[in-house]
Design a protein around this ligand. Structure first.
Ligand code: ARG
Length: 461
């Protein structure tokens, strides 16, 4: 049985090798529901344009309902001869309503404007689901920040001890990029919100069909301005791929820290048993596999994006079959995130922080040296000189193998008369934290306000 949509000018069928190369149902079948929704909308504009009478429209819609039910139940599936999701569903439709009526549905549309529209419909749905899952992760981070609101830790630059910060501050530094990723998805949606139906193969339709009506029917605010652009552009797919890759990279950076933090050497965090794995040979092992898979899969997401962009580069207008290669990478990006995000959120929600260990390390590594310098500045010492004097304090400590608070009043005085005993007020982690009291700083009062704003951002989205 021939199901091809383009047999007329060909003497025979395609070679088996071509048929196998051309086949896309194994990945585009996931668009079946959207394809049927598109067919319903298309049938309605054919009717509005006077190309179907009401009775024909009703029979078509009933046939599409039956087809949709059979697709959902698995009673209808593509066969090897069906080149793609559109071909398979046209076959299924004709089987249900007969060739006379069934053969009328394709008028005025092309697989080129169909696929461009369906991919947008599918990705818009997935973008909403992914945004919700990212927000679940942000909420888990906010919850951990709340539960550990008073815990100090060593803040690092270059992975070296830099200045003490609140753990909650650090955790929220992972949350804000994710909030921006959600904003990126919302913003992306504004550009994805245009139907390509009505573009036909590339030049538009001569049948008087209303693209705006199809667009509205399919949940789009508008239809594309240019039929060539509508069928040939895939920037909307690539941009989705970028946001997916960015989410992956944001997870990966946090994952790397969780991996470090759960080492014996750091001992900052213990993973919940339900979100860690063991070793087949070493009985003592508890491994951060979710974090490692997040780190690994971020490479895969970057690869999906790179593949998409490379496919697009150099493609002339309008549609080229190369464009079929957009689907597997972007579907892979969707599947990867939908698999990863719930596991990652579960891991984060159940992290047990070793507060004592973090607090103990917070002041180490001379992380209060900046506090000495800034204390001197508040006493009108020029920063260049203050920096030198604080550095001299560190040197004095290193020579004697002690830490800054252990310097005697006389030691401070010997370094500079500016260094009066009151300097000790900033030589505690609490004093250091409290002093960073500008907006965005790690002072506990500011961090509490920040937490409120983060929670509001979760609510708002
Ligand atoms: N399956 C194709 C795609 O994913 C759509 C079909 C267009 N085929 C064609 N010969 N014009 O882009």
């Amino acid at each position: 049985q021939v199901t091809r949509l383009w047999g007329g000018r060909f003497a025979g069928g395609p070679s088996e090798a071509l048929a196998r190369l051309s086949l896309s149902t194994h990945f585009d079948w996931r668009l079946a529901r959207h394809d049927i929704a598109g067919s319903r909308a298309h049938a309605r504009v054919l009717h509005s344009a006077g190309l179907l009478d009401s009775e024909e429209l009703d029979r078509m819609l009933a046939g599409l309902d039956r087809l949709e039910a059979d697709v959902a139940s698995g009673a209808f599936t593509p066969v090897l001869e069906d080149e793609d999701v559109h071909t398979a569903l046209e076959r299924g439709f004709i089987e249900r309503v007969g060739p006379e009526l069934g053969g009328r549905l394709r008028a005025g549309r092309s697989r080129n404007d169909q696929i461009a529209t369906l991919v947008r419909m599918y990705l818009r749905e997935q973008a909403r689901a992914i945004a919700d899952e990212v927000l679940d992760l942000v909420a888990a981070l906010a919850e951990q920040a709340h539960a550990n609101i008073d815990v100090a830790m060593p803040g690092r630059t270059h992975l070296q001890h830099a200045q003490p910060v609140l753990l909650a501050h650090h955790l929220m530094a992972h949350a804000w990029p994710l909030v921006r990723d959600v904003e990126r998805l919302r913003d992306w949606d504004r550009r994805a919100d245009a139907s390509a139906y009505g573009s036909g193969a590339l030049a538009g339709s001569s049948l008087g069909l209303d693209p705006g009506a199809v667009a509205a029917d399919l949940g789009f605010s508008t239809s594309v301005e240019n039929s060539i652009d509508g069928t040939a552009a895939r920037d909307v797919v690539a941009e989705f791929g970028f946001v997916a890759a960015m989410i992956g990279v944001d997870l990966s950076r946090f994952a790397e820290e969780i991996i470090l933090w759960s080492t014996k050497e750091f001992s900052f965090v213990t993973l919940d048993d339900a979100f860690a794995t063991g070793s087949s040979i070493m009985p003592q092992k508890k491994n951060p596999d979710i974090a490692e898979l997040a780190r690994g899969k971020s490479g895969r997401l970057v690869g999906d994006l790179a593949g998409l962009l490379t496919t697009l580069k150099g493609l002339p207008l309008a549609y080229n079959r190369d464009l079929q290669e957009d689907k597997e990478p972007v579907f892979d990006a969707v599947d990867t995130l939908r698999l990863l995000l719930p596991a990652f959120t579960g891991m984060v929600a159940t992290l047990a922080f070793n507060r004592e260990r973090m607090a103990e390390l917070a002041p180490q590594g001379f992380s209060l040296a900046t506090d000495i310098a800034e204390w001197l500045v508040r006493r009108r010492v020029p920063f260049r000189e203050a920096h030198e004097l604080a550095g001299a304090c560190v040197r004095a400590c290193e020579e004697r193998g002690i830490d800054l608070p252990e310097l005697a009043d006389a030691d401070f005085a010997a370094i500079s008369p500016h260094l009066t005993p009151e300097v000790r007020e900033v030589l505690t982690v609490a004093g250091s934290l409290d002093s960073r009291a500008g907006k965005g700083g790690t002072a506990p009062a500011r961090v509490r306000e920040q937490l409120e704003r983060l929670r509001a951002a979760v609510e708002e989205h």
